[in-house]
Design a protein around this ligand. Structure first.
Ligand code: F0G
Length: 467
């Protein structure tokens, strides 16, 4: 990779520092805001270089061709759906990239959900199809490679489960030691099992995600451990690449809307950066609107947008079964507010029943996702109803995690055991009917063909009634 110089630019006060100069918590010492990676060709860098120093501006036509061509290469960095775009994230040398061949995820059509919404065209970019089953791999390959290049032996993160799974896997590949801090009893089993499987030091703290972040921030101040939460700006360099892929996969036809789940609020910022770079470099002429959907029980951004247009944010005590986004004090909220304003998207909230129904609908498309990802479809329904998303427009849902991350949730839903009494009491009969139509509880039968045939007839008869 041609290693161009990059800087870290504070997104609050625009102060620039060298990559190695960041504090262990990646906060600006002057204003406390977060950094973003800036290259000589970045829009924010224009005017910062002396006139007689030529800036090598990437050429869109050449790059489009090169990025496609790399897909047929046998080199690991070319096979990675993050590093094949390395021309736009020159943060480590080629031989320092730690890759599990992440990225290159499918863009699926969701015909049934589109029809139910009266839309012509609804797509899902399934980031759950990454090596550890979530979108975090794209960011982790980038930031962990930087940790290696800076000579760290230990890396750590606080997590609701997916970041920890990704970090554990990439650290293992790199031969680094890793420590994950997770809230005890509040993460899905699939994710907990992954960090152990990949050999991480797994610490369950008796607190929530926000409490884990507090402990970790102090920990990295006291010990030489590299912080891999999404305050680390290199994570976002990897997480911007699904924006590039999405454009490739739509043949550079920019979708009108991209819908993402909102937790710690880094992913919206990362995709926003990706699309903005594509526009600035001349790959596309406009950017999509990016909307963020939060769970009602973990909705600090939604509240902030309603109360003061995102000027200030009050943390909340978070609670939702979509444990991945059970976050009350999101680190990157300012970055996300800037993207919402720049791109013109919305922030919506959805309740637990809406999330579960949307998850079942995505499952019934033969795709599936974890609960936090399903907020996107639940939120899209609201955006369509409000007239923010037109039925003739194109929307892409960002599905962030694989359905096998949280099988317990799915089983409870289909057995009719997910909702509590208050949630059931709040549902209309029509809504309960919608859930019933999706719920497929397992049948327990004696091992004889007659019983199975009888059950088949019964199911076929009900299908006939509802058809
Ligand atoms: N979807 C899934 C499946 C997630 O795991 C997360 C975040 C999000 C959405 C939200 O993304 O934080 O960038 O707004 N999970 C983090 C973790 C916090 O620790 O795995 P965000």
């Amino acid at each position: 990779m041609s290693m161009q110089s990059h800087m870290l630019r504070c997104t609050g006060c625009a102060q620039r520092i060298a990559g190695e100069a960041a504090r262990s918590d990646f906060r600006c010492p002057d204003c406390g805001d977060l950094y973003e990676v800036e290259y000589p060709w970045s829009e924010s860098a224009s005017g910062t270089t002396a006139k007689d120093v030529p800036v090598n501006r990437p050429n869109p036509f050449a790059l489009r061709h090169l990025w496609q061509e790399r897909r047929t290469s046998t080199l690991a960095v070319d096979q990675s759906g993050v590093w094949r775009f390395r021309d736009l994230l020159p943060i480590v040398a080629d031989d320092q990239a730690i890759t599990l061949r992440e990225g290159n995820t499918p863009l699926y059509e969701l015909p049934k959900s589109a029809a139910a919404l009266g839309m012509n065209w609804l797509l899902a970019k399934h980031q759950g199809m990454n090596p550890t089953g979530s979108f975090k791999d794209t960011g982790m390959t980038a930031a962990l490679s930087v940790a290696v290049s800076r000579g760290f032996e230990w890396v750590a993160c606080a997590s609701t489960g997916n970041t920890s799974a990704a970090m554990a896997a990439y650290a293992a590949r790199a031969g680094l030691r890793s420590m994950v801090l997770i809230p005890e009893g509040k993460i899905a089993w699939g994710k907990l099992s992954q960090s152990m499987d990949y050999g991480s030091m797994t610490v369950q703290l008796r607190t929530d995600f926000d409490g884990c972040v507090r402990v970790l921030t102090e920990l990295v101040r006291r010990a030489p451990i590299y912080l891999l939460n999404s305050v680390n700006p290199y994570r976002l360099e990897g997480q911007k690449t699904p924006a590039f892929e999405m454009l490739e996969q739509t043949d550079w036809q920019v979708p009108h809307h991209v819908i993402v789940p909102g937790g710690n609020l880094a992913n919206c910022a990362a995709l926003g950066k990706g699309f903005a770079e594509m526009k600035h470099l001349g790959f596309i002429s406009r950017v999509p609107k990016i909307s963020v959907i939060q769970a009602e029980g973990a909705n600090p951004l939604y509240r902030a947008m309603q109360a003061n247009g995102g000027e200030s944010l009050e943390p909340v005590v978070a609670d939702t079964r979509a444990t991945a986004i059970r976050i009350g004090n999101p680190a990157s909220w300012r970055k996300t507010v800037r993207i919402l304003k720049a791109n013109g998207g919305w922030c919506e909230q959805v309740n637990e029943r809406e999330i579960a129904l949307a998850k079942a609908e995505i499952g019934a498309e033969g795709i599936g996702c974890e609960p936090a990802s399903a907020v996107t479809l639940a939120g899209l329904k609201k955006l369509v109803a409000a007239g923010h998303v037109g039925r003739e427009e194109t929307a892409v849902l960002l599905l962030t995690g694989h359905t096998l991350k949280d099988p317990e949730y799915t089983i409870q839903y289909h057995r009719g055991q997910l909702f509590n009494a208050a949630e059931l009491a709040g549902a209309t009969p029509a809504e309960l009917g919608q859930h019933k139509a999706f719920q497929k509880a397992p049948l327990v039968l004696d091992a004889n063909v007659d019983d199975v045939l009888r059950a088949l007839d019964a199911v076929a008869a009900t299908a006939g009634q509802t058809a």
